[in-house]
Design a protein around this ligand. Structure first.
Ligand SMILES: *[C@@H]1O[C@H](CO)[C@@H](O)[C@H](O)[C@H]1NC(C)=O
Length: 456
């Protein structure tokens, strides 16, 4: 027993010394290779799939471009498992995919060969624990190759954070989606799995508490992450970290160019034909509108959406049948898998845009409506209620509803606005959405998160 008490800390000390002994020389080599001043600080981003071109990568590159622009003394470093890519190809893709200009002379990549450690196919059973332990392995590979001055996980690998802290490196995280959370667990039915989830969540909570800076991508994620941090009971320590919402920027440039006036009696919806999007509610709302206000004989409901497979196609057919059954077939148009210019053309004509999903986490389509000058009528829940269709300067930027009847009433209200009010609400919604989900706003939030204190 006594020998254990001695050997474990000793072993631990050896590992820490081993890593830190290598670190200085490695860092100086990278800094010299890039011809940067010797006192350059390195900030590493753990993003093993940095070349995937999704929403998470937009956040990564926006943050890095911002740091390059504003902090010449900081060198961003990316840990990635994209070993088939090169620095040039990654920088090029950020440009072509997101129009984000990265400076390759002030950027360093550490390529990791063991990304298989975090792939879910590696762990057919106990995937959560497997991937989390795998991420510890992967971050050890990363640190073996490069020890930074500070570290930010931007892909949700919270279990890497304690490793960094053990090595004395300040660490933070940007969380897109919680790995698990108490509200999610309460929906798991099987008791045998419950023990596993609770055990996992305890570890997850302890790992997340190692973050000295914590950002999340929406109110929904903030609530879930806050619940994880408070699991199983809130830490009584003062100064427990509070996650801060920093919205990813949305590309609204094309939409914001559309003219606000000359809109037709067109109601659009943009959503994949998945059950949770509740397209049927939209058709029922249209039916209810025509029942109560037959004067809208010209109204068109245009359902734009991706239709990926047979199940989606079957849902479209069922929706067509519903329209026939309710006698509103002539008023409904389906636009499947439309190219972007066609979507823009509909957004240019539409007066109103619908989002009927219950508890949508965010709802980027709603941001797009608003940027395009389309008045949003959204389900009174989730991101559309809490993050997006919120008052701006004390005035509404759209409408909330919950049932076919209330959606219909909101459509009627929007159609009944005076020309001046109509223009005013479109302008207000556009101004708000473009500003709130802009790069500038993201950068302001990133700065306010206090990331810079990691480098002090
Ligand atoms: C946050 O990240 C999750 C997971 O990638 C995504 O589904 C969600 O849309 C994101 N929210 C925002 C505001 O981009």
């Amino acid at each position: 027993m006594f020998s254990l008490v001695i050997t474990i800390p000793l072993l631990f000390l050896c590992v820490v010394l081993l890593f830190t002994a290598r670190s200085h020389e490695q860092r100086q080599r990278v800094i010299e290779d890039l011809s940067l001043p010797p006192n350059t600080k390195t900030l590493a981003f753990f993003h093993p799939y940095c070349n995937a071109g999704g929403g998470g990568e937009r956040v990564l590159w926006t943050a890095i471009a911002y740091i390059q622009r504003t902090r010449p003394e900081v060198l961003p470093v990316v840990y990635t498992g994209d070993i088939d890519a090169t620095k040039d190809s990654i920088v090029q893709k950020a440009q072509s995919r997101f129009s984000i200009a990265l400076d390759p002379d002030r950027l360093h990549f550490v390529f990791l060969t063991r990304r298989v450690l975090v792939e879910d196919s590696t762990y057919p059973h106990f995937t959560l624990i497997g991937q989390s332990m795998g991420s510890v392995g992967l971050v050890l590979e990363a640190l073996w190759n490069f020890v930074p001055h500070a570290y930010i996980d931007t892909m949700g690998y919270a279990f890497t954070l304690p490793i960094l802290r053990i090595l004395g490196i300040p660490a933070g995280a940007y969380v897109h989606y919680p790995t698990v959370s108490p509200p999610m667990i309460s929906r798991v039915a099987r008791p045998s799995k419950l023990v596993y989830y609770h055990a996992f969540m305890l570890l997850y909570s302890l790992a997340l508490r190692c973050a000295q800076v914590l950002m999340v991508n929406s109110t929904w994620t903030r609530k879930h992450v806050a619940a994880v941090l408070a699991y199983p009971f809130s830490s009584s320590r003062r100064g427990t970290i509070k996650p801060r919402v920093v919205y990813p920027s949305c590309d609204t440039r094309e939409m914001a160019k559309l003219p606000l006036d000359a809109r037709a009696q067109v109601v659009v919806s943009i959503a994949q034909f998945r059950p949770e999007k509740d397209h049927a509610m939209q058709i029922r709302a249209l039916h209810s509108l025509l029942q109560t206000h037959p004067k809208y004989e010209k109204v068109q409901l245009v359902l734009i959406g991706g239709c990926r497979n047979e199940q989606d196609q079957a849902r479209v057919t069922a929706l067509e049948n519903l329209a026939v059954e309710l006698g509103v077939k002539e008023h409904v148009t389906f636009v499947l898998n439309a190219p972007y210019p066609d979507v823009l053309a509909w957004l240019r004509r539409a007066s109103v845009g619908l989002n009927t999903m219950l508890d949508e986490h965010f709802g980027i389509n709603v941001v797009e409506f608003m940027a395009a000058g389309v008045i949003p009528i959204v389900h009174a829940s989730g991101g559309p209620l809490e993050d997006i269709v919120v008052p701006f300067n004390g005035k509404n930027t759209g409408y909330h509803a919950k049932s076919p009847e209330t959606f219909a009433a909101a459509i009627h209200e929007a159609f009944s606005l005076s020309p001046a009010e109509d223009r005013e609400i479109r302008r207000r919604a556009r101004t708000w959405a473009v500003q709130q989900f802009s790069e500038a706003e993201f950068e302001a939030g990133w700065e306010a998160s206090g990331w810079a204190k990691l480098l002090r």
